[in-house]
Design a protein around this ligand. Structure first.
Ligand SMILES: CC(C)(COP(=O)(O)OP(=O)(O)OC[C@H]1O[C@@H](n2cnc3c(N)ncnc32)[C@H](O)[C@@H]1OP(=O)(O)O)[C@@H](O)C(=O)NCCC(=O)NCCS
Length: 184
């Protein structure tokens, strides 16, 4: 896995996947990938353009042979910049269970734009075993506490059948645990 913006992220041998910050030119591909399945709430194309413009330094895309095969939209909470909020992450079906989402999470937290971050938070439904496993893995790797608590109950969602969202929190953590270990 190559991550051109972070020197500590060493290349993985024979990997054709590159992790990089997005540009506005990636927004349409991110929108298509976000909508390619039922798992995510699909935001408007304009929303992904804003993310790629205003939050590009804390977001990542995974590119393989010119195609976007994964993305992660993350930003520092304006009211608490030591907290990195993971909004959406999606990996193309064909690329799942190979450590790509884990690499994006490990990669973003090492970026200069995340200096001083000591918590990762986000929301997830109880049934999203992939998301919960991803966050728990991150907590294990950073030797940090993991917690979940209710956040947005079902009745706050206008669309019928939307599960309640629970806030997960990893932290506080010390990035030296990642640096000591090296990279996948
Ligand atoms: C969640 C998702 C991003 C994981 O991507 P991935 O690249 O397959 O994940 P990784 O291979 O890096 O795996 C990370 C960890 O999660 C676990 N995991 C991944 N998918 C899982 C699943 N469906 N069920 C249980 N565990 C899962 C892996 O085993 C690994 O944990 P481990 O190290 O303890 O074994 C991917 O399944 C996806 O795109 N899902 C649809 C979108 C979504 O639900 N996003 C989250 C909400 S925004």
């Amino acid at each position: 896995m190559r991550h051109p913006t972070e020197k500590q992220h060493r290349p993985r041998a024979n990997s054709a996947v590159v992790l990089r910050n997005p540009t506005v030119a990636d927004a349409a591909a991110i929108w298509r990938l976000a909508g390619d399945g039922e798992e995510l709430d699909l935001n408007s194309p304009y929303c992904y353009l804003l993310l790629c413009q205003h939050f590009a330094d804390t977001c990542l895309v995974a590119e393989r042979d010119g195609d976007i095969v994964g993305f992660q939209t993350t930003y520092r909470l304006p009211c608490a910049p030591h907290r990195l909020f993971l909004w959406q992450v999606r990996v193309a079906q064909s690329m799942r269970r190979r450590g790509l989402a884990a690499s994006m999470l490990d990669g973003v937290i090492r970026l200069p734009a995340c200096a001083g971050v000591t918590y990762l938070t986000g929301t997830t439904t109880r049934s999203n075993l992939g998301m919960r496993a991803l966050a728990r893995r991150f907590a294990r790797k950073l030797k940090a506490p993991y917690a979940e608590e209710p956040c947005f109950p079902e009745h706050l969602f206008p669309n019928e059948g939307h599960e309640a969202e629970h806030l997960f929190q990893v932290g506080p953590f010390d990035l030296r645990h990642l640096q000591e270990e090296g990279v996948d």
